[in-house]
Design a protein around this ligand. Structure first.
Ligand SMILES: Cc1ncc(C[n+]2csc(CCOP(=O)(O)OP(=O)(O)O)c2C)c(N)n1
Ligand code: SF4
Ligand SMILES: [Mg+2]
Length: 245
């Protein structure tokens, strides 16, 4: 385990604490857990967790975990990705893992910036945002991560705010226990380049939807949090192993 080098006040600390709590719970139930992370500030979490961990190349957490899970279907595997890592560099991998219903859980640290490279806009940054890469305002429209995952076929889709640690730990636990592709977007303030801790006053919790259609509507407002959707469907690993024997 390495020495923590995140900026004091970063939302990543709360994610780390909540995940430690959730993973301890899963391990106490008798499961083995392995984690992986992409490139960025979020990626350092692999070094800070006392678990088998793999820090992989930019955007490649989903294919790496797909291989790990195929080789050892009894493992619970969790990937940490960033908005840049998962929705810019690696967006195709995230979409295909969701489409296949690969039995992995992805936790997306959405701070709305490329944090490690000092604050450029990403696929989730709002149109018009001034940043170091967009001094005249961001000309692009953002992706709604939860809507993208729902449209791609993810069977568990949730959003939480980093300031709500207890709820976050519960959602992480449920995502890990879900059989199939789980996606949790964490609204993670970056105190150095996109500090939105004030969002605490605006986030609100919604109940689970009955259909993908309804879930799409529920997560449209990016301040809405909750488990938007969950369903059981055959996983990629089960289908692969079944086809072989
Ligand atoms: C293929 C590749 N492209 C670009 C980079 C440079 N790079 C390193 S970290 C990073 C930003 C990652 O942003 P995000 O995933 O949002 O993570 P954060 O730092 O915000 O947690 C980028 C662009 C790289 N290392 N490799
Ligand atoms: S730059 Fe932002 S995301 Fe990275 S450690 Fe600092 S506060 Fe956290
Ligand atoms: Mg980021």
């Amino acid at each position: 385990m390495g020495r923590i080098s995140w900026c004091p006040g970063c939302g990543n600390f709360a994610i780390l604490k909540a995940f430690e709590k959730a993973s301890r719970r899963v391990i106490e139930e008798g499961y083995d857990v392995a984690v992986s992370s992409g490139i960025g500030c979020h990626g350092k979490i692999s070094d800070y967790l006392n678990l088998p961990s793999f820090h992989v190349i930019h955007g490649r957490v989903p294919p790496f975990l797909t291989g790990l899970k195929l080789a050892n279907p009894n493992l619970i595997v969790v990937g940490f990705s960033g908005d840049g890592d998962g929705l810019n560099e690696g967006v195709e991998h995230l979409v295909h893992a969701a489409r296949r219903n690969t039995d992995i859980a992805i936790i997306l640290h959405n701070n709305g910036v490329f944090g490690l490279t000092t604050g450029q806009v990403t696929a989730t940054s709002p149109k018009g945002r001034k940043s170091r890469s967009t001094p005249y305002g961001n000309p692009e429209y953002p992706i709604n991560a939860c809507q993208l995952m729902l449209a791609s076929g993810a069977t568990f889709v949730a959003r939480v705010f980093a300031g709500e640690q207890k709820k976050m730990a519960e959602v992480f636990y449920r995502a890990m226990k879900h059989r199939g592709f789980s996606f949790v977007e964490v609204l993670q303030p970056c105190v150095s380049f996109n500090n939105f801790w004030d969002l605490r006053k605006e986030v609100f919790w919604v109940e689970k939807a009955e259909s993908v259609h309804e879930a799409m509507r529920k997560c449209e407002d990016v301040r809405a949090c909750g488990i938007f959707y969950a369903e059981e469907k055959e996983t990629y690993e089960d289908a692969v192993w079944r086809s072989m024997f």
